[in-house]
Each structure stands twice: as structure tokens, then as C-alpha cells.
Design a binder for this molecule. Sequence first.
Ligand code: CDP
Length: 225
Amino acid sequence: MKFAVAIDGPAAAGKSTIAKKVAEILNFTYIDTGAMYRAFTWYCLEKGLDCQNHDECVKVIPEVTIKLRPNHVVLCNGIDVTKQIRETRVSGNVSYIASYKEIRLALVEQQRAMASKHSVIMDGRDIGTYVLPNAEVKIFQIASVETRAIRRYKENMEKGIPCTLEEIKEDVKKRDYIDSHRDFAPLKAAEDSIELDTSNMSIDEVVDAVVSIIKKTAKEKGIDL
Ligand code: CDP
């Protein structure tokens, strides 16, 4: 039987790090929905579009095909954009793109199709509230802005993505604001989600906590993982 885990939360809370590890442990498929919004944003920027112009950006929906490959490779129209979608210019524009309902509807359709085939762990902003409202487990992962900015800064340094800590902090705050104030499917904890404040937790501690919640829920529901 298929099992779905939703991990939502603000920017750079470490959702994808945790989701990847949990997926490996439980042999679930990991779906990074943020990577899809980022790939769409990359495409708009490459085309020279103004990401704050709704009409200009929704017009290109039929031109964009995004694929999530194993090993976390992201393809946009067949081009490997795995690295480019993490760049500062993409982070700085993605929340505008993600606020356009037409783009969300197109990407959510793909996300739901992926979840219908496998047991999944999907991370994003609206997974528990909108994409997979019937997910068996819903986690809302948070951490202080300072912790999140430092985590993302270190991650970018490791990946060779140029940035400053101050830039990251501003980006995280700006995205959280736009993501939680948009009209359609905003960033919000689902009523039946479990909040995990990871500010003072190590990666392994968070992974253990999430795996325990999943195992406990599966047992209660009589589902074999
Ligand atoms: O990893 P990080 O927290 O920086 O962000 P992400 O998960 O890669 O998502 C990038 C952006 O995509 C977010 O700031 C949102 O604007 C948007 N997003 C969304 O609106 N809905 C989702 N389900 C996932 C991401």
C-alpha cells in the first residue's frame, strides 16, 4: 500500500536534507516540489522574462517540461539545471513565479501524479494543505531565521554558489513573506500537521524523529512499510 509523507515549512528549514535521508531509509520516492518552481523560474529568467509579470510568465507554461530524475537531477526541457536552480537569481525570483495560480496548477498536477504511483515523501509549502491533503503523515518543519540562514549559507558554500550570509537572510525573509501571503495555496501548517522546531536539533535527530513518527503512524494504520 502507498504511503505519503508531506514536509512543509519556511525557506531553508532543512526540509530537503531530511526528506532525502528519510526517503533512503524507508525506500520512499523523494519529490522536491521546490525544485520544480525553481526550474520554471530558471526558464523564465533564461528567456529574459520579468518574473514579476504574471501574464508574461504564465504564457510560457506550454513550453516548459520539468522532470525530476533519480539522484536529485532536475531537467527543464531536457537540460540539466540541477545546479543553476540554486543560484541567487533564481532564489530571488522563485516566490513570484510560485504565486501564480496557473503555474501552481500545472506543477501540482504532476506532483499528484508522481504521488499516485509510489510511496512518497514530498517537501514544499502546500503539500499537507493542498497537494496531498490525505497524506498519512504531515510534518511542519521550522527553525529560527538565523539558523536557517546559516544552514543555507553553509550549503551554498559547499556547492560553490556565491552569496553572503546577509543576502541569504534577506532572501529567506522575503520568500517567507511572499509564500505565506499569496492568495492560492500559501505556506501554512496543515491543521493535522506535527510541528518540528529543528533550531537546536542535529540532522540525525530530525531524521530519527521523522522516521519514528512515520513508523508509529504506519503501525497504527496497519500499513506495512
Ligand atoms: O529549499 P528552500 O526552502 O530554499 O526552497 P524550495 O523548497 O526549493 O522552494 C523554493 C520556492 O518555491 C519557495 O520559496 C516557494 O516560493 C516555492 N514553493 C512553493 O510555492 N510551493 C512548494 N510546494 C514548493 C516551493
